[in-house]
Write a new protein. Structure first.
Length: 365
């Protein structure tokens, strides 16, 4: 009996000690540490909530800092000491502009009495406002005609496949608008179904189609640039379209014996080079980790100062590796920070394109 009583007293002492420690670790206690704003209209501007707390410690407490993880959430508070047993408050405002849908934001409160923050949370749902035509169609093509975009990227298009995309337009003027275009850069594989006349106030979409013939030998980046004219006046904004032409993936065949390209690194760093000092070499190891032959379909980079030993048509057997050498001619390189991107397109069905970043700093000799 005495043993049981001793054990209970010890447990009570430990519990009292833990409670005292907890009180020391949490010097302020909020009535509601979490607040739900419910539906917040984006057009209604910022909303606020006041979090009320009590100083549950035995000494004055100062709110040292209140931080949030988003610029949309801003706190207001006083740094005056809050006496023991007294109440204080922190006002948290949330700005719903351009943040439609559900939100949940954390607020961290640091006090003078603890190294650990006290956490608050605000949440709710932003009801989006109705956007203007200028916001829905931000690209002014002239003559009252606006597009919702001036660029479309199709990603991969396999041989024998067709990829489609759309661009929205609106005629905000009170008169019909005549629309026309001419090619500034043409791949020969893009079709544009663009209307020639847009009625006053009319909205619509025109279609873009990339189609790579099954027997085509085109691989790599396809780029098309169109100059758009409204009522015979050329717009200052051109329309750019791009895609990557690759092999068509046939799961029934390719999964049986497919290549798998791996690179020993994704960055080539030449470091600091003196202009006109000659050529510098750097290399990367390319490995075929798959069970089928790896075929290099295209190797692309922009700068004429760079050379690459890997060429379209090169083949790497399953399980084999090759060393790919990059040579940078400092005689042709511009001064300053030099950056290029190398795209390697292959018949690897899982990763038909991999990218290397090449950098250098070209300085005066």
């Amino acid at each position: 009996m005495r043993y049981i009583l001793h054990t209970l007293l010890l447990a009570f002492s430990l519990l009292s000690g833990l409670t005292a420690v907890s009180a020391q670790q949490v010097p302020i206690l909020f009535e509601e540490p979490k607040w739900n704003f419910g539906d917040v209209r984006e057009s209604g501007g910022s909303v606020e909530h006041t979090f009320v707390f009590t100083n549950v410690s035995d000494r004055p407490v100062v709110i040292v800092d209140v931080s949030t993880g988003c610029g949309c959430t801003t706190p207001k508070y006083s740094r005056k000491p809050v006496l023991a047993g007294a109440k204080g408050e922190i006002v948290v405002a949330f700005d719903p502009i351009n943040r439609p849908g559900h939100f949940s934001k954390g607020v961290s409160v640091m006090t003078s009495a603890s190294k650990e923050p006290v956490l608050l949370q605000v949440e709710g749902n932003v009801v989006p406002r109705e956007k203007t035509l200028e916001e829905l169609y931000p690209f002014d093509m002239g003559g009252g005609v606006r597009f919702d975009s001036n660029f479309r990227a199709f990603a991969y298009v396999g041989r024998g496949d067709r990829a489609d995309a759309e661009i929205g337009w609106v005629n905000t003027s009170s008169k019909p608008a005549r629309l026309s275009f001419e090619w500034q850069q043409r791949s020969g594989l893009l079709t544009v179904d663009m209307p020639t006349v847009l009625a006053a106030g009319e909205k619509g979409k025109f279609r873009l189609h990339y189609e790579v013939p099954a027997g085509s030998d085109r691989y790599g980046t396809l780029t098309d640039v169109l100059a758009v004219s409204v009522n015979g006046v050329r717009s200052q904004t051109a329309l750019s379209v791009s895609a990557i032409a690759v092999d068509r993936y046939d799961a029934a065949v390719d999964d049986m014996a497919s290549p798998d390209m791996g690179l020993s690194k994704k960055f080539i760093k030449f470091g600091e080079l003196k202009r006109g000092a000659g050529a510098e070499d750097s290399s990367v190891v390319l490995t075929n980790n798959g069970s089928g032959e790896l075929i290099i379909r295209a190797v692309e980079f922009r700068n004429r100062a760079l050379e690459c030993s890997l060429k379209a048509g090169d083949r790497i057997a399953a399980g084999k590796s090759v060393t790919v050498t990059f040579r940078l001619s400092t005689a042709d390189a511009d001064y300053g920070v030099w950056v290029d991107r190398v795209r390697i397109i292959t018949n690897d069905p899982a990763h038909p394109m991999q990218t290397l970043r090449v950098t250098a700093i070209v300085v005066e000799p």
